[in-house]
Design a protein around this ligand. Structure first.
Ligand SMILES: Nc1ncnc2c1ncn2[C@@H]1O[C@H](COP(=O)(O)OP(=O)(O)O)[C@@H](O)[C@H]1O
Ligand SMILES: [Mg+2]
Length: 230
């Protein structure tokens, strides 16, 4: 459905880099991209969180400007962790460590002014990590980030990986996800089990899930529980 010019990728500020469920990413030039939301959306929380984290040395793209539905930020050069895993450039144990390390660093950042809890990303998975040539691993996609308990963030990551592990459509992919889940849970500091119910609710609200994927969320949480009680 095309309700306005802004929802038409052809009418964007540059070539389309990726089309996501809620936003399209356009290339502006070699240094900048624009994340443009398709629907009315308040960018202020996302921008505040990214700036807060950047100011504390956490690896996020630098925000250059935010106006209307557009978030203009630093363009990162490099594959996502998912692409790197698929290409065999990053091994599964290494990827598990890398994800756990990003959680640790994120949750070590002091809470934003006036907040009790620190920032949680709530979608910290391999497609949201860009292995930047210049900065090392950088975490993108701060749309659903907010403040909350660190272990909830770990629980959401574990459930997302486990969704792939319990999906029997692709056996090889499923096996790799199982191994990544084990590596991540071993490397992570926090116990996700007390937060699994909340993680399931958060995953159920993900607008990018199709009905078949929603059915994987509960079995995924069960798999995480199983791995944590071994
Ligand atoms: N700042 C950036 N620089 C380069 N590529 C980016 C940047 N932000 C996002 N991307 C690419 O676009 C993809 C989608 O971006 P993301 O913010 O995760 O949106 P969504 O998952 O909602 O589609 C990422 O996986 C990454 O490949
Ligand atoms: Mg994403």
């Amino acid at each position: 459905m095309r309700s306005s010019e802004a929802t038409d990728p052809d009418a964007g500020p540059g070539p389309v880099l990726t089309v996501g469920s809620t936003a399209v990413i356009y290339l502006l030039d070699d240094e900048r991209v624009v994340r443009r939301y398709r629907e009315q959306h308040d960018l202020s929380r996302e921008v505040e969180i990214m700036r807060h984290l950047g100011a504390h040395g956490f690896p996020v793209p630098e925000v250059f400007a935010a106006h209307g539905l557009d978030l203009e930020m630093e363009r990162l050069h490099g594959p996502t962790l998912l692409q790197s895993l698929a290409a065999g450039e990053t091994g599964i144990p290494e990827a598990g460590h890398l994800l756990a390390d990003l959680h640790r660093r994120l949750h070590a950042v002091p809470p934003p002014p006036g907040e009790r809890d620190g920032v949680v990303h709530l979608a910290l998975h391999p497609a949201n990590v860009i292995l930047s040539e210049r900065h090392g691993p950088v975490l993108v996609d701060w749309e659903v980030a907010r403040t909350g308990p660190a272990a909830l963030d770990v629980a959401v990551t574990a459930v997302i990986i486990a969704e792939v592990a319990v999906d029997e459509d692709d056996v090889e992919y499923s096996k790799a996800a199982r191994a990544l889940l084990a590596a991540f849970l071993t490397a992570a500091d926090d116990d996700p089990v007390p937060h699994l119910a909340q993680a399931v609710r958060i995953r159920g609200e993900d607008p990018s899930l199709v009905p078949g994927e929603t059915a994987l969320v509960e079995p995924a949480a069960e798999l995480v529980r199983h791995f944590c009680t071994l």
